[in-house]
Design a protein around this ligand. Structure first.
Ligand code: ATP
Length: 261
């Protein structure tokens, strides 16, 4: 579908088209469309722009990824169509490989998702070769399958748009988990070590810029950034931000959202 540039929600509609096209080419699972719609709804609550607390969450996440001995970035279908080039660049800057990790129809889709990443410029994509597969304990569905060289042996796992079951399983394995999730109340958000409440489309380019800067920092400086962070407190400020924003809109400013007045 062609979306006119002057449509008031052109950018959001173009993103939806990416997800729909991704589903037709089997990169995105059908359930990925539902997850995207859920994300869009939460993004309205943030005002569809990066709040200052998200920049702090992103900074702490980058610091942890830079300090990790064996970081890994997990890629699902939605992420592969929404920001493949940006994920590849972030992976290069922080030195964390990419691993395809899918919930639905893994065997059917994993090579298609990996190809999308390779076509977008990735040099190496883990998670695709059966000879390197192993299982995460405690999970029974197809997403227990991970790469021995990647998620299984990583100390820090960056899993944007993850589901709660896997997040808790990774935590039980002793891994530090970083996520991007527009829903601050999802189980993934609650159980991760660092939750970035932002749209992945905005978060990853911002993390790239932060990573370029933090790469020059000494280990002690990165540790200081991480030690000053508490995910529960961070989620509380996120909820406070959303509730204050809604209250303000409810009281006086709703008309400002209408372009026609
Ligand atoms: P949980 O199992 O963690 O309680 P869930 O069942 O909603 O939550 P998923 O279906 O895997 O888990 O949801 C993916 C999450 O990704 C949702 O919380 C959704 O709001 C979020 N999400 C979707 N699109 C985006 C996006 N573009 N950027 C950030 N988050 C997104």
């Amino acid at each position: 579908m062609t979306i006119p540039d002057d449509h008031p929600r052109a950018s959001s509609l173009k993103t939806r088209e990416k997800i729909i096209e991704g589903m037709h080419s089997k990169i995105v699972a059908e359930a990925g469309l539902i997850a995207h719609g859920r994300g869009e709804a939460y993004d309205y609550l943030l005002g569809e722009e990066t709040p200052s607390f998200a920049l702090i969450q992103e900074k702490v996440a980058v610091a942890l990824l830079l300090l990790a001995e064996k970081p890994i970035i997990s890629i699902n279908g939605n992420v592969a169509v929404l920001c493949p080039e940006e994920m590849i660049l972030l992976s290069k800057i922080i030195g964390a490989p990419l691993e395809v990790n899918l919930f639905y129809n893994r065997t059917e889709r994993e090579k298609i998702v990996a190809k999308k990443l390779l076509d977008s410029g990735a040099e190496l994509v883990l998670g695709v070769d059966a000879e390197h597969h192993t299982s995460i304990p405690e999970l029974t569905h197809s997403r227990r399958v991970v790469d021995k060289r990647g998620i299984y042996s990583a100390d820090v796992v960056f899993v944007p748009l993850e589901d709660g079951d896997r997040t808790t399983a990774l935590r039980k394995m002793g891994k530090k988990v970083i996520t991007v999730d527009l829903n601050p109340l999802s189980r993934t958000s609650l159980y991760s070590n660092i939750t970035i409440v932002n749209n992945v489309i905005r978060a990853i380019p911002e993390m790239i810029e932060i990573a370029k800067e933090l790469k020059e920092y000494k280990q002690a400086e990165l540790e200081k950034i991480i030690n000053a962070f508490d995910n529960n407190e961070s989620l509380k400020s996120t909820l406070t931000f959303i509730s204050e924003r809604l209250e303000k809109l409810a009281k006086v400013e709703l008309n400002k959202l209408k372009n026609i007045e």
